[in-house]
Design a binder for this molecule. Structure first.
Ligand SMILES: Nc1nc2c(c(=O)[nH]1)N[C@H]1C(S)=C(S)[C@@H](COP(=O)(O)OP(=O)(O)OC[C@H]3O[C@@H](n4cnc5c(=O)[nH]c(N)nc54)[C@H](O)[C@@H]3O)O[C@H]1N2
Ligand SMILES: Nc1nc2c(c(=O)[nH]1)N[C@H]1C(S)=C(S)[C@@H](COP(=O)(O)OP(=O)(O)OC[C@H]3O[C@@H](n4cnc5c(=O)[nH]c(N)nc54)[C@H](O)[C@@H]3O)O[C@H]1N2
Ligand code: SF4
Ligand SMILES: [Mo]
Length: 784
């Protein structure tokens, strides 16, 4: 079995305390300040944090949670994790050419993403020559010619893949997809393919648009807010402020989650003096500890009860929907034994939850990765929609469907055309605007891209941000795929694993971050972003760039396009680069809902994109109606002696960027290689708490392994387990994806635990000459 690359973390320092019941409060404030000052110093910290999420400031690089109306913003309009995200980018630490000269790739490959990220901002373009042992400096012009040379030598444009993570601005995203399509391919996979793809697919099918239908005001006005498969206390912390506001106005909250996450229980608002001192606000009125993957059955049961109780908005169903009768027939016939089996809940618990729906005239349904990353994810989200349609909870105040997006601009990137399956009307508009015929054949998504690279069908991999190697499923297969590429290119701010597991040639192109002044073309440039609730606004960074050699993402795209395409298609790349307003003018003409874009984005708070179901109960589906759909009730069968593992985020990471080694709310400090298991399962499987185990995933006759995790007893439904991503990505099979969206099933991995030989020792073995020698001689505390 492969060793985990982790000689830089001594997992024997790991501490386990009981999970917390309260999120945020004074500890959050203290941690925010400590981390920020450590990496940015006092003055820079003050200057930066003051500008986050302000109308004339910059958009937080963290999650996609929306900002309140400008008149309601606080001077500190950010959360602990937003401050960590900004600190990570605005750090004073640097990775220059000396760093790369000192550290051969052989060494860097043995480092964790944590260590790599902590080294600081990359300051100049770097290249790895074929057979090279170190990255070396390269000029920007040479870097662009190198990439252009590779691209133009391909037999077909479809042999290149252009990935996007979700931080890229609308301007950069629009220019990027334009370049890629002008080059001749729709191979534009993005992080969404691993994230909310299931939401987009499901909502587009039943509602005619793949985006959520609620505004922040709707959250404030809701009578019932359902939070399913989401951990807002960690991943969307400012959502707790909106929930607190809704509670104050009398809303009920239903949490559906195998884990009792701190942020769903109680919240102390750090923006209010009372929040720092008092006990905080109790949030969830009911917590359903659903078995992993049980949500489809649960929502069918809730629908069945609402129907039985006649808690139905007949007018809405009649006027705006189709397919009701077939759906009603299906749930009337529901197999309750199957439901109880799938959900692990009692009928009484489900009835209590359904009663909350019955008693609410305005319900908002929120969800995130706990719902989207399962084989039946698309069906589950369609079931959420069924329940919303049944009660007319679309297109009225305080109600709606709310997929809570992850990356700060992931939704904007899609709006701008970052999509391997672009709609025909979008391509028509591109053609009409730019006078070339864009490719019509669908491109490769994330999973298909890995397969194509693995099979040699694609040979160039270009990434606009992100950390593909660590974020993608099936780490060993993905790493292998990358190594087979002729060229891998990463536009990045910080070092990560995707730089050290590379193609035959590799480039790192360092980009400006969102907190930095963008003076491309000698002008003060601004960019625009879209949040999870379709609000678009401008963002301007206040800080001097980390290095004079950084380029903006827009500049990188336009310069690469010039190098690759020359005069082909006559697209004015240099005008785009020198004034992003030129890009915004094109966005206005190509992207639906964006007319007068450049003018509207500067209004305080920006503008909200149209959403027909939300705005006028218009459903642009094939039948011009909201569609009830029928999905078979299912139970994910887990063989005896196995557990169903979900792979989640700790409180101290942003995806593969690891800020620190603590998961404060779950009681973990100083380490990450833990597996949370129910105490009775630990005993039933013949293990003990604190013991070290290897995790072995079983899929379709093949096994995958991730070594050396410490067992932590943790309350959750029997048969379930949880461990952190990306350490567990080697366990997620590439072939195991959601039906209809192809999203990897990162939340339902069947595993068994195996006693780790030499318990824990393996995890701290260090290559000679590095690490702490005295510590290495100490016997691990928890022997098998
Ligand atoms: N600080 C911070 N913020 C982030 C991120 C980050 O890494 N760090 N990542 C960003 C991104 S890209 C995204 S997509 C979002 C992710 O935001 P979340 O979706 O909140 O992230 P996860 O940690 O994956 O948490 C999934 C939650 O779903 C629950 N769950 C798992 N399986 C099931 C299930 O079968 N049913 C139900 N009902 N619940 C289940 C888990 O217990 C957990 O609470 O956060 C964004 N914001
Ligand atoms: N097992 C498992 N796997 C998962 C998930 C899971 O829950 N479980 N979640 C999935 C989800 S929801 C997502 S969204 C993906 C995330 O996948 P990605 O978006 O690919 O990964 P990130 O970790 O967000 O990317 C971090 C890197 O982005 C770069 N970066 C940061 N800021 C900028 C910037 O402003 N510009 C540029 N150019 N680069 C920048 C830095 O170099 C940093 O190292 O992972 C997915 N993978
Ligand atoms: S809730 Fe999200 S967007 Fe808002 S400050 Fe926190 S991390 Fe940033
Ligand atoms: Mo995500």
């Amino acid at each position: 079995m492969r060793k985990p690359p982790q000689q830089d973390i001594d997992e024997r320092e790991l501490d386990v305390d009981p999970p917390k019941q309260v999120a945020a409060g004074p500890t959050a404030v203290a941690i925010t300040m400590k981390r920020a000052v450590e990496q940015m110093g006092v003055r820079r910290t003050a200057k930066t944090l003051r500008r986050i999420n302000q109308a004339d400031g910059f958009d937080c690089q963290g999650c996609a949670w929306p900002d309140p109306d400008p008149s309601h913003r606080h001077t500190a309009e950010f959360c602990e994790n937003g401050a960590k995200a900004v600190t990570e980018e605005a750090t004073l630490r640097r990775v220059g050419r000396e760093f790369f000269a000192e550290h051969p790739l052989d060494e860097l490959r043995d480092r964790t993403d944590y260590w790599l990220g902590q080294q600081g901002r990359i300051t100049e373009p770097m290249v790895l020559r074929p057979g090279g042992t170190h990255y070396e400096p390269i000029s920007w012009d040479d870097a662009f010619s190198l990439i252009a040379g590779h691209l133009n030598a391909l037999a077909s444009p479809d042999q290149a893949i252009f990935y996007t993570s979700g931080k890229t601005s609308n301007e950069a995203a629009f220019a990027y997809q334009l370049f890629v399509r002008a080059f001749g391919t729709n191979n534009l996979p993005d992080c969404s393919n691993m994230c909310h793809e299931s939401s987009g697919v499901a909502l587009a099918e039943v509602m005619g648009i793949g985006k959520g239908s609620v505004s922040l005001q709707d959250i404030h006005d809701a009578q019932l807010i359902v939070i399913a498969g989401q951990n807002p206390g960690t991943n969307h912390p400012r959502m707790l402020i909106a929930l607190e506001e809704a509670k104050r106005k009398g809303a009920k909250i239903l949490a559906i989650n195998p884990l009792r996450e701190a942020g769903l229980v109680r919240f102390k608002n750090p923006q209010k003096p009372r929040g720092l001192a008092g006990k905080g606000t109790a949030l969830a009125d009911l917590h359903l500890p659903v078995r992993i993957n049980g949500d489809l059955a649960l929502f069918q049961a809730i629908g069945a009860l609402l129907l039985e109780w006649d808690a139905v908005d007949r007018d809405f169903v009649e006027q705006y929907t189709t397919g009701f009768d077939a759906w009603a027939a299906h749930v009337k016939d529901l197999d309750w034994d199957l439901v109880l089996d799938a959900t692990g809940l009692t009928r009484a618990q489900i009835e209590e939850a359904a009663a909350l729906f019955r008693d609410s005239d305005a319900t908002v349904l929120c969800w995130a990765m706990g719902i989207t990353q399962h084989r039946n994810a698309v069906a589950t989200i369609k079931e959420f929609a069924n329940v919303a349609f049944l009660q007319g909870n679309i297109g009225k105040p305080g109600a709606g469907l709310c997929p809570v997006r992850g990356h700060s601009n992931v939704q904007g990137d899609r709006t701008m055309g970052i999509w391997e399956r672009p709609p025909g009307h979008f391509l028509d508009s591109l053609r009409d605007e730019f006078g070339f015929e864009p490719p019509r054949e669908h491109g490769l998504d994330t999973v298909a891209s890995i397969k194509a690279l693995h099979d040699g069908d694609a040979t160039v991999f270009f990434a606009m941000g992100g950390n593909f190697v660590s974020a993608a499923p099936d780490t060993e297969v993905t790493e292998d795929a990358m190594r087979r590429a002729a060229l891998t290119v990463h536009v990045s701010t910080k070092l990560n694993r995707s730089h050290v597991v590379h193609g035959r040639e590799a480039l790192i192109l360092p980009a400006l971050g969102r907190s930095e002044k963008d003076r491309t073309g000698g002008r003060d440039q601004r960019v625009t972003v879209e949040d999870s609730m379709s609000a678009v606004h401008a963002s301007r960074g206040p800080l001097d760039p980390a290095s004079p050699y950084l380029k903006s993402e827009v500049d990188i795209v336009c310069s690469l396009a010039e190098a690759t395409l020359g005069d082909r298609h006559g697209i004015p790349w240099s005008a785009f680069r020198s004034d992003y307003t030129e890009i915004r003018r094109r966005i206005a003409r190509v992207v639906p809902g964006c007319d007068a874009y450049d003018e509207k984005v500067d209004r305080p708070g920006g503008f909200v994109l149209p959403h027909p179901p939300r705005d006028s109960r218009t459903f642009p589906t094939k039948q011009d109606k909201a569609i009830f759909t029928v999905s078979p009730t299912d139970v994910l069968q887990v063989p005896d002696g196995r557990l169903l593992l979900q792979t989640i985020r700790s409180h101290d990471q942003f995806n593969t960027t690891i800020y620190g080694l603590d998961d404060r709310y779950r009681g973990i400090s100083n380490g990450r290689r833990v597996v949370f298991v129910h105490p009775d399962d630990i005993a039933a499987l013949g293990f003990e708490e604190g013991q070290y185990v290897d995790l072995v995933s079983e899929w379709d006759g093949t096994e995958r392994q991730a070594p050396s995790f410490r067992i932590v007893a943790y309350d959750q439904p029997r048969g379930c387990a949880a461990a952190y991503y990306p350490e567990t990505n080697p366990l997620v099979p590439l072939e195991s994806t959601a039906e209809g969206s192809n999203c990897p099933t990162s939340k339902s991995v069947i595993i068994r635990l195996e006693k780790a030989d030499g318990a824990g020792r393996r995890s701290v073995e260090t290559p000679a000459g590095r690490g702490d020698e005295t510590k290495r001689q100490v016997e691990p505390e928890h022997n098998a």
